[in-house]
Design a protein around this ligand. Sequence first.
Ligand SMILES: Cc1cc2nc3c(=O)[nH]c(=O)nc-3n(C[C@H](O)[C@H](O)[C@H](O)COP(=O)(O)OP(=O)(O)OC[C@H]3O[C@@H](n4cnc5c(N)ncnc54)[C@H](O)[C@@H]3O)c2cc1C
Ligand code: FES
Length: 269
Amino acid sequence: MEMGHESGSSREFEGQILAIDPIMGDSLLLTVSAPPAIVQRLRPGQFFNIRCRFPSAYDPLLRRPFSVYRVDVERSALIFLVRPYGRGSAWLADRVVGDRVGLLGPLGNAFTFSPRTQRVLMVAGGVGVAPLVMLSDEAVAKGMDVVFIMGAADESGLLASSELAGSVEFVAATDDGSRGHRGLAPDMTADYVPWADQIFACGPEPMYRTLRAVVDPLRVNRKPPVQISVERGMACGLGACLGCVVETRHGMVASCVKGPVFDLDEVIL
Ligand SMILES: Cc1cc2nc3c(=O)[nH]c(=O)nc-3n(C[C@H](O)[C@H](O)[C@H](O)COP(=O)(O)OP(=O)(O)OC[C@H]3O[C@@H](n4cnc5c(N)ncnc54)[C@H](O)[C@@H]3O)c2cc1C
Ligand code: FES
């Protein structure tokens, strides 16, 4: 299945940090100014490669990929959820309001709704929640029913349900049982598979293997279809370095261009 591609070309620009807000655990929401044309046309699932160093420095040399959590059309800004993980994301999380960052994007394809979809199931693992928040907003705006399952190691890693529209049913799962169900997010999906018209997932790769094991016995003719966003290092983001390849039924593809969103049945994990 070919996911929706933005027809516009990628571009490089500098954005100014307009706001920084705590969101979950040690993660932050960074609101970064961007050209209106980019903000208005952005699709859920697309990402930006962000330069995570001062322009005069060389380390880390390669940009780091971040999905868009939400757009703020009024302020002409992109909102990113940043977890300080390694040195690049930690640099980004250390910025202050007024700082400027270099962005390349929007990059990649997007999650897509089928024309007759009414009931959607989101499955988020950790910071994988980012693109599913924007997708969930869009589903609610289209009048769809949304169940949003989120898993994290413990309570502090969960998104507050107030971050989602009031009509969204939020189901929490934690590894240690500190909130919601004890266990993994995919384990909570079984009850909703027969209900859902489409499933969308974003999280670490092992989560997709568990998700496949849970949903496959419950699906009929591969329905409901499942779209996932794969996580690879995105050195160039433009299909040139092949550092982000993913194995699919049709061969190896660059996930920065043909992805990061794939049909779960197409990708070999
Ligand atoms: C399409 C896409 C969207 C993303 N969106 C978000 C987002 O919205 N918010 C967010 O916080 N993160 C997101 N990420 C993940 C983020 O890009 C990585 O956490 C970041 O690149 C790590 O860089 P670093 O310099 O902080 O870590 P590094 O210093 O490069 O890495 C530290 C260690 O972690 C390992 N490592 C690096 N990246 C990863 C990884 N992704 N998974 C597992 N191990 C890794 C390295 O091999 C190294 O051992 C996204 C990734 C992709 C591909
Ligand atoms: S990141 Fe270079 S080809 Fe995808």
